[in-house]
Ligand binder design. Structure first.
Ligand code: NAD
Length: 437
């Protein structure tokens, strides 16, 4: 029987087999990096389409090249499967499954539960389990441990358990998996040491913290910090509107301060799997301790009001042109939740477009990253940005500022533009056609 301490040598020699459960935006890049670091990696996912694609050397994640997947497959350092029995052969198991919210905005840890249940069924001596899904402080200690200990093994002696939050920023060209420090908190010092050792083969820096709870809280602090500061930027935008000031000018000038200020920008609302979701994990946990998370509640309120505010501004602009929302031909530019990605999760465009449709607007959209999209039951395809499309619209609304869109041409050829992202900042002509958030 292998002992947990044997893992030191197995990691050093790259003999350790590594499993990654959940091959999405987080799991696939991690699996590829670990494969490139010399390990034999097996990805486990319930989605047979993803598994089949990977087996054919196809990546479905923007930041992962298909050629990298194909090369690892050929070298026998990456495989993907829907069969979880193989977990028994893994020495280290990373869990990277989704952690969404329920309709009631409570944490939905059911994906973690089913992944951990698979691990429990195959748990054996000498294994290290690392949870990477973002979740509330205490999940690993209070929720995962009791499930795993059901297998009859002792934590810290027979098997290891750690939490290591993922910080990947899709489409970020400067910061990729390797050069973003990895925070690691184990249930025991040995768990932390082993998890740091394995991540040290990929990440330039590892940051050990004293517990799994601390590591869980680090991730929630980071994303709550973003949500609150975006909320502040959004509220400053609303203030500037009342004061007849240009919020973008104000923020850009403030950002010249070399210390004590960090730039955040306003927009049509929050999107993505993380920023709109993660703070709710923390506020839910704090509610159970009878502590109101006031900053989170306020930021959620301000950020959540932005899609409706954008719709109101659209109605005002149309009104200035003696048009009603009902029947107006609106061209939406960018529907993904942020620049340069194809991810529609929680995108504010979903709310803005659904509300405009409900009010009778005729919507078309152009997004070079999102070919098709469903807006509250209305399925649409991205249209080409032709002169005809621009000229036949009453209003262009920029919801996401994607690279590769020629905003100069949009303003020159199209009707008036409502720009919620300052995508038209460099357009030097026809400024009177542009209204910014
Ligand atoms: N996307 C990001 O930018 C990002 C960044 C940091 C942290 N995170 C966190 O990482 C976690 C994963 O997020 P993601 O964006 O990679 O999600 P994702 O939806 O892209 O990927 C999750 C994968 O898990 C699979 N899955 C679901 N249930 C499973 C199960 N029981 N067993 C095996 N596979 C299962 C899904 O099929 C999917 O392929 C979340 O907790 C998220 O908050 C995400």
């Amino acid at each position: 029987m292998s002992k947990l301490t044997d893992l030191r040598d197995r990691i050093e020699s790259r003999e350790a087999r590594i499993g990654v459960i959940g091959l999405g935006y987080v799991g696939l890049p991690l699996a590829v990096e670990l494969g490139q670091a010399g390990f034999r990696v097996t990805g486990f996912d319930v989605d047979a389409v993803k598994v089949r694609g990977l087996a054919q050397g196809r990546s479905y994640i923007g930041d992962v090249e298909s050629s990298a997947v194909a090369a690892l497959l050929e070298q026998g350092r990456l495989e993907a499967t829907t069969d979880f029995d193989g977990l028994a052969e893994m020495d280290i198991i990373n869990i990277c499954v989704p952690t969404p919210l329920r309709k009631t905005r409570d944490p939905d840890v059911s994906y973690i539960a089913s992944a951990v249940e698979e691990v429990r069924k195959h748990l054996r001596e000498g294994q290290l389990v690392i949870l990477g899904s973002t979740t509330y402080p205490g999940t690993t200690h209070e929720f995962v441990i009791p499930m795993l200990e059901d297998a009859g093994l002792e934590i810290g002696r027979d098997f290891g358990l750690a939490f290591a939050p993922e910080r990947i920023d899709p489409a970020n060209r400067q910061f990729k998996v390797k050069n973003v420090p990895k925070v690691v908190g184990g249930e025991t010092p040995l768990c932390t040491e082993l998890a740091c050792q394995v991540f040290g083969t990929v990440f330039e820096t590892t940051v050990p913290v004293s517990s799994t709870q601390a590591a869980e809280m680090v991730k929630l602090l980071e994303n709550t910090f973003r949500a609150i500061n975006i909320g502040l930027a959004n509220e400053i935008a609303l203030m500037c509107e009342k004061l007849d000031l240009d919020v973008w000018e104000v923020i850009d000038a403030a950002a010249t301060k070399p210390y004590g200020f960090m730039k955040f920008t306003p927009g049509p609302g929050l999107g993505g799997h993380c920023i709109p979701v993660d703070p709710a994990y923390l506020s839910w946990k704090m509610k159970s301790l009878n502590f109101p998370a006031r900053f989170i509640e306020l930021a959620t309120e301000v950020n959540g009001s932005m899609p409706d505010h954008v719709v109101d501004r659209i109605a005002e602009l149309l009104n200035e042109d003696r048009l009603a929302v009902n029947g107006a031909r609106i061209l939406v530019l960018g529907v993904a939740y942020k620049s340069g990605v194809d991810d529609m999760r929680e995108s504010p465009a979903l709310d803005v477009v659904a509300t405009l449709l409900a009010r009778g607007a005729e919507i078309r959209y152009h997004d070079p990253f999102v070919a098709e999209c469903d807006f509250a039951g209305a399925s649409m395809k991205s249209v080409d940005l032709t002169d005809e499309v621009l000229k036949s619209s009453d209003l262009v609304v920029v919801l996401t500022d994607h690279p590769g869109v020629d905003y100069d041409r949009v303003v020159r050829v199209g009707p008036r533009v409502f720009d919620t992202r300052n995508a038209t900042r460099d357009v030097a002509h026809d400024r009177e056609k542009i209204t910014r958030l």
